[in-house]
Design a protein around this ligand. Sequence first.
Ligand code: PSV
Ligand code: MN
Length: 429
Amino acid sequence: MTFFSDDFIGNSNQKHISDAQNEYDALGAKLSANNIDIDSITEQAENFKVAVPSWGVGTGGTRFARFPGISEPRNIFEKLEDCSVINKLVRSTPGVSPHFPWDKVDDFSELSKFAKNLDLHFDAVNSNTFQDQNGQNLSYKYGSLANINKAVRDMAVEHNIDCIEYGKAINSKSITVWVGDGSNHPGACNFTGQLENYLDSTKQIYTALPDDWTMSIEHKMFEPSFYSTVIQDWGTNVLCAMELGEKCRSLVDLGHHAPNVNIEMIVARLIQFKKLAGFHFNDSKYGDDDLDSGSINPFQLFLIFNELIDAEYRKAEKFDPIYMLDQSHNVTDPIESLMNSAIEVQRAYVLALLIDRKALGSYQQENDVIMAHNTIKAAYNSDVSSILAMARLKSGGAIDPIATYREAKYKQTIESDRPASGAAGSGIV
Ligand code: PSV
Ligand code: MN
């Protein structure tokens, strides 16, 4: 059964089109008074893309429990079907970031064709050395790329090189490496020796990169290790990325910092030293909560995009960040959460485009603190929902994605095709 045909989306849009157009025209008049052409902002919104994590379409869970939803995707093909629903409705998520071995298949060319037929492509590939797989002869219990035991490190390196091979077969151009290696007890590991092991392993992965590939390394303050983590913060991350070379950069997952850390400033520093790989967007209140992007601290997301647009405006060198969501949906339908999140990331981008950068620069020069601050707040306080709706409409998507999604009763209709399997093709993410 085909869901969300152009006709279906078009019919659903009929209910919202006149309100959307009125709101858009009113905002257009307001922006034009400030010399901003709304149509050019809408065009930039249309071109903005953020990749969806394949693991995000399955229901997540915590270490206490997982509450599966209905019609959960059981393999990468079904995950792609759900990703396609998201993209058809929001039109900003044609990229899917796969995670191996969760998404490993025997025939990658079949997988590529399947994705292409759904108008999707593959973004960065992710390796998984934080879990043991069935039949694995050595264990990652005490770490992977930084394990004290060379045989385990070799196994983890080999897995990452396999991921690059899988990625080549699906036309990906980068690998993201995150490891949970660390320790739970002071004294259990030698900090320096562990980082040396990590570097030794990642150098081997780096050497296996094809010429046109990049490698992103991801830091995380804690979890699953609760006393120390080998790549615990952006400082260690960027030092390692510098050590590895040009093709390696630092990835910023919004949830992987201590509370209250000034993430936008980290972003600025990484851009300045040409080391920003990109993002795993999500939101959090306490730690790596993996909540929906923009649901807790949308101002922070906006300030991050302020730095990104500033870099574009200054034509920063080697600035080409990858944008991905990395979230875990425990109590919502993942499709709805991912649609909302993609829109919130796009909203932060559009709001940051509205900042009057010339005026901001002048106020900064004059140390006019209040006016500089008010300049960014004026942009942040705008309601750009109608720009986002128009960008979706113009590219064939839904004016109100959640309403259109619910009208189709997608998950209810496919329930018998996707009986609960107990597992969602990934771990608890
Ligand atoms: C780790 O918490 C992380 O952010 C990494 O990106 C993993 O690949 C992903 O979540 C899924 O577990
Ligand atoms: Mn992440």
